[in-house]
Design a protein around this ligand. Structure first.
Ligand SMILES: Cc1ncc(COP(=O)(O)O)c(C=O)c1O
Length: 464
């Protein structure tokens, strides 16, 4: 597709930013939205709605920011991009360009990462139920495999024994931290120890490289605690004659979507049942106004105590251990925006307003997790009518009652009209394409890689 130079448009077109949960926006993306909204309308006209614009430069900036913290602490490190966060191939290419590895959870993610140019040795596979085909592919590629259980360990051994040419599997053992005893992921104390014993008996089949864990939630303290627990196994493994060199702490580094103060304000004052069309306040949300950015989170993690007088960074250096991370969401911070064209605005029986968009909540999917995306959309309006402020909730175009993008009643400076655009910012992390499908036989939303060469000069290309 030819590069497209954004031109200021002649038609009256206004950009209305929300007044409450204002999205934080990357400078390059904000310039496009604020100064070239006509370009966005033209792209939707050409490629349909919803349309996802993916921004690899944001990924590369996020990676650099984490690398800077790791280098400042002088620790050996390996970053594996959690590819599950987004299906974009151009973001995998951004990972390859940044020289980092990729965390894959299926043979398809593995193939996509290799296609993007990531070296197989820099790929690490996670997930609790890897198939024989996936295991085989990982072994022959020489990628790292996070073994989830004794059962998976045995399965992997069977796969190795079935190979016609002798091979070794490079493995990490996944630990189940004490804070989540009922989790189905990873091994508890006894199974992990048993796995280490089995490794001492199987030096031919395995190249044991260390330990791994991944926790839900976004606190650095829970990771620091799990790290302390796992470091006891490093010692135990060494005493058994094994040579662990990596502790992989998984993902869960946060994104700050909106200013923390605005977020607190929202939670305190604008998050009551009457602020929702369905009168239900969700029980939990992603921490959209995170107090910490991902680099701050990582700094606090590295500076947390490992033991009295010894920080985690000191421990890593003293023990010559590589800290591995698998950030998904935090590496795709600001790396996509999603554009939905308004189909119509409708008044309902109780005088409440619903805005229907071309597209569905499968392409902005937080409500499917009984939650809400607490970032308000930007309205790009082409209406010639005088401004009529309104409050409305937003629904998709399907016949499912649950197809609601936001139950929240959002304030608009003027009533959205057919053909206007709603711009959702920062949708790359599990938001834009996790649940996308062809319901009603609508084609899958298009994804374009967006780049900016000089200010105002943007290029858009299909992102496969
Ligand atoms: C094993 C593992 N690593 C990394 C991640 C990425 O987590 P996040 O996107 O929160 O950084 C996940 C997410 O589920 C995961 O299961």
């Amino acid at each position: 597709m030819p590069a497209m130079n954004a031109q200021p448009i002649e038609q009256r077109i206004e950009v209305h930013h929300p007044d409450r949960l204002k999205p934080l926006i990357d400078f390059v993306i904000a310039t496009l939205i604020n100064h070239f909204p006509g370009t966005l309308s033209a792209l939707v006209k050409q490629h349909g709605s919803p349309l996802n614009l993916v921004w690899p430069h944001a990924f590369e900036l996020n990676t650099k920011a984490l690398q800077t913290v790791l280098n400042q602490h002088n620790v050996r490190h390996a970053i594996f991009y959690g590819a599950k966060a987004n299906k974009s191939q151009s973001l995998l290419s951004a990972a390859a360009n940044s020289g980092i590895g990729v965390d894959v959870s299926s043979i398809y993610e593995l193939e996509a990462a290799l296609r993007a140019g990531t070296l197989a040795a820099k790929i690490c596979a996670t997930g609790p139920a890897k198939t024989a085909a996936f295991h085989q592919a990982l072994i022959s590629a020489g990628s790292l495999i996070c073994v989830d259980s004794l059962e998976e360990f045995d399965h992997l051994q069977t796969v190795i024994e079935s190979l016609t040419t002798p091979a070794k599997a490079r493995i990490l053992l996944r630990y189940r931290p004490a804070s989540c005893p009922k989790s189905r992921f990873g091994m508890g104390f006894e199974d992990l120890l048993e796995c280490l014993h089995r490794l001492t008996r199987q030096p031919r089949h395995f190249h044991f490289e260390g330990f791994h864990f991944h926790l839900g939630g976004y606190g650095f303290e829970s990771r620091a605690q799990a790290f302390r627990e796992v470091s006891g196994f490093v010692q135990a493994a060494r005493e058994m004659g094994l040579n662990p060199q990596i502790i992989d702490i998984g993902g869960g580094l946060p994104i700050r979507y909106v200013e923390p103060q605005a977020y607190c304000q929202f939670l305190q004052h604008d998050n009551k049942y009457e602020h929702y069309y369905n009168n239900i306040v969700p029980d939990s949300y992603y921490p959209y106004g995170s107090e910490l950015t991902a680099p701050q989170w990582l700094t606090l993690f590295l500076q947390a105590d490992h033991s009295p007088g010894l920080s985690i960074a000191n421990y890593l250096n003293m023990q010559k251990i590589t800290l591995a991370l698998e950030p998904g969401r935090s590496l795709v911070d600001q790396a996509a925006i999603s554009l939905f064209r308004v189909t119509r605005t409708k008044k309902l029986a109780d005088n409440k307003i619903v805005i229907f968009v071309e597209g569905s909540s499968f392409s902005a999917c937080e409500t499917w997790f009984s939650s809400e995306y607490l970032v308000d959309p930007i309205l790009i309006s082409t209406s010639e009518l005088p401004h009529t402020p309104t409050q409305a909730y937003i629904a998709g175009h399907s016949c499912l009652d649950d197809d609601v993008i936001t139950h929240r009643l959002i304030n608009f400076a003027t009533t959205p009209q057919a053909g206007d655009l709603l711009v959702y910012v920062n949708t790359a992390g599990y938001q834009m394409d996790l649940l996308e499908n062809e319901f009603h036989r609508h084609p899958l939303p298009r994804r374009l890689m967006a780049t900016c060469c000089t200010e105002g000069n943007y290029a858009f290309a299909p992102d496969y």
